[in-house]
Design a protein around this ligand. Structure first.
Ligand SMILES: [Zn+2]
Length: 279
């Protein structure tokens, strides 16, 4: 089977670098939420989708949590890879990336404390939005009680990856269930209604968070996912150096994407979302 050469103009994670569709007026920069829960299908999706926003919010005092839904066990091109090893490595990469975004933590909130990054451990490629998954995500939402939830836009058109669709619908459906008392009362947890839902990979962006000053943090966090350098990020590290350094090229690709999102709102760099705050 021949390998597909990554399109140099394609965005990381398949996101477009061209102008994004906006459905109308685009708002910018919400007030920093007191806490945020970002939900991603795979171990690197949160950093691709909203890494700069999380870094900015954390720097302003927001308590940031990550929930990764699958184990990332399909994330290699090596057919003989030890998948248990890969899963453990990717979990460590997630924790390192989260610590990069949110800083070293304080004595009360050490960056590597378990509830900063949680894993649902569903099999990569087989994520479902079933009752068991919704119950697990509701339990996390009602426990953490985030002011803002961030996740994949389930309504983005022509997206191939099933986990991104399932993750988006799971996030939206769990938000509804977490807020209403007759869903999963056996959890014994008080319902919780967040103030805002920010959907990345937005089909129609209506909001841009200014990413100025946080582009390099986003890139640094993405590069924590070293197991994905070759397969997702197009970074080949053997036999190259200097201006041809593929890590430099990857950074440029991320900056181009931030610039394309920023253009929606007249910003140098931004991260675009479809925001819903009537929840
Ligand atoms: Zn993904």
């Amino acid at each position: 089977m021949s390998q597909v050469t990554p399109d140099p103009e394609a965005g990381p994670s398949g996101l477009p670098t061209g102008d994004l569709p906006a459905s109308g007026p685009v708002t910018t920069d919400r007030a920093t939420p007191s806490s945020a829960l970002a939900i991603g299908a795979h171990p690197d999706d949160i950093e691709f989708g909203c890494g700069a926003t999380l870094a900015k919010w954390a720097a302003a005092g927001c308590r940031v949590h990550h929930l990764v839904l699958t184990d990332g066990s399909k994330g290699t091109w090596d057919p003989s890879a030890d998948l248990a090893d890969l899963v453990a490595r990717r979990a460590d990469e997630c924790r390192a990336a989260a610590a990069t975004l949110t800083g070293p933590g304080t004595p009360d909130t050490p960056a590597r404390r378990d509830d900063r990054v949680q894993f649902l451990d569903r099999v990569d490629g087989a994520l479902e939005n079933g009752a068991a998954e919704r119950r697990a995500v509701v339990e996390i939402i009602r426990t953490l009680r985030p002011a803002a939830i961030l996740g994949h836009d389930p309504w983005r058109r022509y997206r191939l990856h099933p986990d991104h669709r399932a993750a988006g619908f799971l996030t939206v459906d769990a938000l509804v269930a977490a807020r209403d008392p007759h869903f999963f009362p056996d959890l014994g947890l008080v319902p919780h209604r967040p103030d805002a839902l920010l959907l990345f990979e937005a089909d129609e962006a209506n909001h841009v968070e200014d990413a100025g000053g946080f582009a390099e943090t986003k890139i640094e966090a993405l590069l924590c996912h070293a197991s994905q350098w070759q397969s997702t990020m197009g970074i080949e590290t053997t036999g190259v150096s200097g201006n041809d350094d593929p890590m430099v090229a990857f950074g440029e690709k991320v900056r181009r994407q931030l610039a394309s999102h920023g253009r929606l709102a007249g910003l140098r760099y931004g991260e675009a979302f479809h925001v819903m705050d009537d929840l």
